[in-house]
Design a binder for this molecule. Sequence first.
Ligand SMILES: Nc1ncnc2c1ncn2[C@@H]1O[C@H](COP(=O)(O)OP(=O)(O)OP(=O)(O)O)[C@@H](O)[C@H]1O
Length: 248
Amino acid sequence: MSESPHNDTLRFTDVRVTFESGRQVLQGVTADVSTRELTFIAGASGSGKSVLCRMAVGLLRPDSGQVELWGERVDTQPERDLVRLRRKAPYLVQGPALLDWRTLRENVRLADPQAHAEDVESALAQVGLQDWADRLPPELGPGAKKRAAIARALVLKPRYLLLDEPTTGLDRRAASQVEEVMASLKARGLGGLVVTHDYRQLKGLADRVLVVAGGRCAYLGPPAGFLESSAPELRVLTAPFMEGATDG
Ligand SMILES: Nc1ncnc2c1ncn2[C@@H]1O[C@H](COP(=O)(O)OP(=O)(O)OP(=O)(O)O)[C@@H](O)[C@H]1O
């Protein structure tokens, strides 16, 4: 089967994952996510957010159930085909994962050695780092490093981006810069799946929120429906954030 240009769906059907420890992390997640939208995955620590995100591009395979991206089965695909799929839907790990001894331009080029020079410059410009192309990663702050990692994914001209906690560990200013990049990519029509702990990001940035709780998809819908829900399994996640938000 091959990827369909007309199908914009990432589909999880009754996905279950148990690790060797015996812990059942996902116990039947079913969800359809539009890859034209920016969807944030929320949930308690250890609920399986990263596991779900990684499964979207075959970095983890479920014990049972199906994962489909753009009409193509991901969970049964051989690794060599997944490499091709991941160029269309790159997964960015939590750390910046840049080579410290290579300039930003070289780091971006490493993702695609065949990339045209103007595509490398364009990827850096899309994250606001065009004037930093000749700098080395250690010269950058953590927010700029994360943006450089995003540039490295953008040079692949992806159809979708998967970002695992892109702002965790950043101070508010650096986090805002990364959020601005996500907003501008969204404005240009690039969808993404973003694992987050920071619910402040949801308002204004997220099209949808997918909440993982109790091993299942507990909510999939607009951010307001999650943030304002009175359902106990959602309130337990949002209440501390709402209290923190009123503290300023
Ligand atoms: N490869 C693995 N082998 C064994 N256990 C794993 C593996 N990957 C994840 N887990 C376990 O699965 C559970 C869910 O992990 P996951 O990283 O998806 O959580 P999360 O919701 O992203 O949490 P956090 O917000 O803390 O990052 C955790 O208990 C984790 O220890």
